[in-house]
Design a protein around this ligand. Structure first.
Ligand code: NDP
Length: 240
C-alpha cells in the first residue's frame, strides 16, 4: 500500500507543489490548510488531493486535524512541516503579536504536528519528517527577527529529532529554500524583489517545484541514510 504523506500548508505556494510532487511519486497525500477555503477547494478539484482544514498554530486543532487525516487516509509515514507566515518588522517596531504569530505558526506548529505523529512512527519503525525552514533562518534577515528565529529553531529541532529517531527508522531533515516565486514573495514590493534577485547568483527566484523535488528526494524509502541534514535550495545566495 502507498505510504501516506501529510503536507501542512499544502494547498498553496510551495506546499501545493510538494503535495502534487508527492502524489505524482505515488504517495497518498493529505494537504492541510489554515483558512483559505476557496484556494483549498480549487486545489482539491484540480489535483484530486484531499484537504484538511486545521490551525497548525493551535495544539488542540492539530490533534483533531491529525486524527481526521489518519482516520481518512491511514497512518502518516511522511510529515512535511511547510505551513508558514511572515509578519515582518524591524525589532524596534515589532509588536509582541507579530512575534507570537510567527513563532506559533512557523515553529510551535512543527512541535505539535511532529509530536502527535512520532509515537506511531516509532511503533511502525519508519518515518520521514521534512521541515521547511528558510535561507533567512540560516543567515538572518533585517526585518525578520521573528521569522529567522523560528526558522533557525526548526533547524535545531530537526537535528535533535534526527538523533532521537535514528534507531527507529525515522529520518528528520530540513529543506531551506531561498526566495521562491509564491504569493509570500509576490507581496514584497517590486523594487525590493529586484534587489533580492540581484543577490542571487543564479539571477532569478526559485520555482515551488524546485523545492518539491528536494522533498520527494528526502521522503523516499531509499533516503534512509540522510538525517539531520539541511538541504539548501537558494540559487547560490547563501552557502554553508
Ligand atoms: P504561502 O503563503 O504561499 O502558503 C502558505 C500555506 O500555509 C497556505 O496553504 C496556508 O493556508 C498555510 N498556512 C498558513 N498559516 C497556517 C495555519 N495557521 N494553519 C494551517 N495552515 C496555514 O507560503 P509559501 O508557499 O511561500 O511558503 C511555504 C513555506 O516555505 C513557509 O514555511 C515559508 O516560510 C517557507 N519559505 C518560503 C519562501 C518563499 O520564498 N516563498 C522562502 C523560504 C521559505 P491558507 O491557504 O489557508 O492560508
Amino acid at each position: 500500500m502507498a505510504r501516506v504523506a501529510l503536507v501542512t500548508g499544502g494547498t498553496r505556494g510551495i506546499g501545493h507543489a510538494i503535495s502534487v510532487a508527492l502524489k505524482d511519486a505515488g504517495y497518498t497525500v493529505g494537504a492541510n490548510y489554515g483558512g483559505n477555503d476557496e484556494a483549498a477547494k480549487k486545489f482539491e478539484q484540480e489535483t484530486g488531493i484531499k484537504t484538511f482544514k486545521f490551525n497548525v498554530a493551535d495544539a488542540a486543532s492539530v490533534k483533531a486535524g491529525i486524527e481526521q487525516v489518519e482516520s481518512t487516509l491511514g497512518p502518516i509515514d511522511i510529515l512535511v512541516n511547510n505551513a508558514g507566515i511572515t509578519r515582518d518588522s524591524t525589532l524596534h517596531k515589532m509588536k509582541p503579536e507579530q512575534w507570537d504569530e510567527v513563532i506559533s505558526t512557523n515553529l510551535n506548529s512543527v512541535f505539535y504536528c511532529t509530536s502527535y505523529l512520532i509515537n506511531g512512527m516509532r511503533e511502525r519503525g519508519f518515518g520521514r519528517i521534512i521541515n521547511i525552514a528558510s535561507v533567512n533562518g540560516q543567515k538572518g534577515q533585517m526585518g525578520q527577527a521573528n521569522y529567522a528565529a523560528a526558522k533557525a529553531g526548526i533547524i535545531g529541532f530537526t537535528k535533535s529529532l534526527a538523533q532521537e529517531g535514528a534507531r527507529k527508522g525515522i529520518t528528520a531533515n530540513v529543506v531551506a529554500p531561498g526566495y521562491i516565486d509564491t504569493e509570500m514573495v509576490q507581496q514584497v514590493p517590486e523594487e525590493v524583489r529586484e534587489k533580492i534577485i540581484a543577490q542571487i547568483p543564479i539571477n532569478r527566484l526559485g520555482e515551488p517545484e524546485e523545492i518539491a523535488r528536494c522533498v520527494t528526494f528526502l521522503a523516499d524509502d531509499k533516503a534512509g541514510f540522510i538525517t539531520g541534514a539541511t538541504l539548501s535550495a537558494n540559487g547560490g545566495q547563501y552557502m554553508i
